[in-house]
Design a protein around this ligand. Structure first.
Ligand SMILES: [Zn+2]
Ligand SMILES: [Zn+2]
Length: 244
């Protein structure tokens, strides 16, 4: 177990680099990206926070398009977290957001994903199955991990988008999670605001791999496993396009 040795003391993320593409930000006016997205924090909670939200600088072009994906993620998970400690304040924000037609359309999209009889299955009364666009959800979770990894590892913390990885979701309706997910749960909490997003990290040596549990609103666990870029020399991670 080398976690902790690797990461402490925490180095400040390099403010001159865009964590999404790894390139210097240069002379453009940077976008300020909240990690996790600011909308994950209920309005009612904001005045009670003692520390600022984590923001990372990015190129505007690298940041563009993510707002919509993060909104989809938020709206998709929201129905399953309403009984969480922050559920009532998240629901209040959702009701307020419905005053905007754009948000109503998105809510309708999410609502249509709930099916009474998925694939002809007959569920007990009151039970619905929600079909997520998994690729969109995992893309947002992976972006959050990339931001937190950058925060924790400074200059060495660029996690390329193409890094081979596994991303799995476990929601409040899953009875249990596989052993590796539970094992990572035993690691120390690293979240700045664990009631919104906590995370735990387990580092393995051979091959150099990190396993993460993201814990969202105390209800969803996202398990993320990836080989450590720049350290892992396996066939998947070896630099491509170079021979010999
Ligand atoms: Zn960039
Ligand atoms: Zn590898």
């Amino acid at each position: 177990m080398v976690d902790g040795d690797e990461m402490s003391p925490r180095t400040r993320p390099d403010p001159t680099l865009c964590y999404l593409c790894g390139e210097p930000i240069g002379r453009v006016t940077a976008s300020m990206d909240h990690v996790p997205p600011a909308r994950f924090f209920p309005t009612a909670l904001r005045p009670t926070l003692r520390r600022p939200l984590l923001t990372l600088r990015t190129h505007p072009a690298c940041h563009s398009g993510w707002d919509r994906e993060e909104e989809y993620f938020y709206n998709g998970l929201l129905p399953s977290v309403l009984d969480a400690p922050l559920g009532p304040s998240l629901a209040a924000d959702f009701r307020a957001s419905q005053r905007h037609p754009e948000n109503r359309r998105l809510a309708e999209t999410v609502r249509r994903q709930f099916e009474r009889n998925p694939g002809g299955l007959h569920l007990p009364p009151g039970l619905l199955v929600q079909r997520f666009d998994g690729a969109r959800l995992t893309a947002v979770a992976w972006k959050i991990v990339r931001g937190l990894f950058f925060e924790d590892n400074g200059r060495a913390g660029i996690l390329p988008d193409a890094t081979p990885r596994l991303v799995e979701f476990y929601g409040p309706h899953d009875q249990t999670a596989p052993a590796p997910v539970l094992a990572v749960m035993g690691e120390p909490s690293r979240g700045r605001f664990p009631q919104v997003l906590d995370y735990k990290v387990f580092t393995m040596d051979e091959p150099p791999t990190q396993a993460w549990d993201l814990l969202l609103w105390d209800r969803f666990v996202v398990f993320v496993l990836f080989h450590w870029p720049g350290r892992c020399r396996c066939a998947d991670c070896a630099p491509r396009g170079r021979v010999g």
